[in-house]
Design a protein around this ligand. Sequence first.
Ligand code: PMP
Length: 389
Amino acid sequence: MKLSDRITNITGGGSDGWDVFYKARRMIAAGEPVVELTIGEHDIGTSTAILDAMDRAAKGGHTGYAMVPGTDALRQTVADRIQTRTGVPTTSDNILITAGGQAALFAAHVAVCNPDTKAAYIDPYYATYPGTIRGAGAVPQPIITSPEAAFQPTLDDLMAGTAGAVSLLVNTPNNPTGVVYGAETLDAIAQTCIANDLWLISDEVYDTQVWEGAHISPRSLPDMAERTLVVGSMSKSHAMTGSRIGWVCGPQDAIAKMVNLATHTTYGVPGYIQDAATFALGQGDAVEAEVAAPFRRRRDLTMQALAGQNVVRAVPAQGAMYVMLDIRATGMDGEGFANALLDAERIAVMPGESFGDAAAGHIRVAMTIDDAAYVDALARLIAFAREKA
Ligand code: PMP
């Protein structure tokens, strides 16, 4: 039986750079000792305190259908957190609780894109972006950035790249590059959205992982709140990846319509997970800093490991749990390098190409193993690259 064009076209098909990842997984399954630096998942699990809150909520009876927009308590907690951190007046009516940031990204695009309209996003990009846009029925329009500009889009890039689009998706702190957008980039984003009458979809799931400067939410820039949908998540801030809980924050009328989408798709997020999230957010900033600390430390260890050689160069990483390494001096592309590294050293990294054309000749390293093993893997990676150069 024939399937719909929409579902068939979610992924582009062909080699998309994930071959290395699947090869590593097969090697691990076969018992080979592979060092895994591919996926953005903490080496710690969800804290016992949060799990206890989840247990209490479930055993206390919060296992039936929960409120579809989110529980009053969680929506209010998220609204307060956003208002405190950004200064933008925010109430629970501005918040829809979703099954993770991923469901929020999908809902946001469904909310603003008509079928076959163009939805712009910055390349390099988080791997699901083009498929999410296609899944929402829209047409992905990448805006290519350059390593020379540290992968920050310029006003010219944004103006040209959003021609004919209805929305612009940005992500700071950024996966895969680790780049945090500065004031100039954020101004260019706001200027572009206002000039071209775009919705901004601002993916801020790494907002607690900033090593230099501060996270600025573009929703807080003048005249942006009315046209911005912020995507948030508990996955990265509280090591709750498997709990599937996040949110969209946006104008009340947009959120009300997105509640209708939730009613007809997920029918909400489990109540005991929402209660655990409310508890987790109530624990305050120190807990978030604690979850983020290993990545800050490993980012510094990365800079130390790279010092004194020129073959492997880091894109200046100011945030998130990744570092993007430029390996063009080896003469290899990212995919070739990642494959050869896996074969020779049993170290798995992601080729830059799996995050778009702009990241060709790079590899993304997830800083997600303990410090000593991480430093050892980096040293071997650098030695391997120098040998190839
Ligand atoms: N956005 C970005 C940039 C991500 O890296 C991820 C997860 N790796 C997500 C969104 C989605 O995360 P989740 O659905 O777990 O909240």
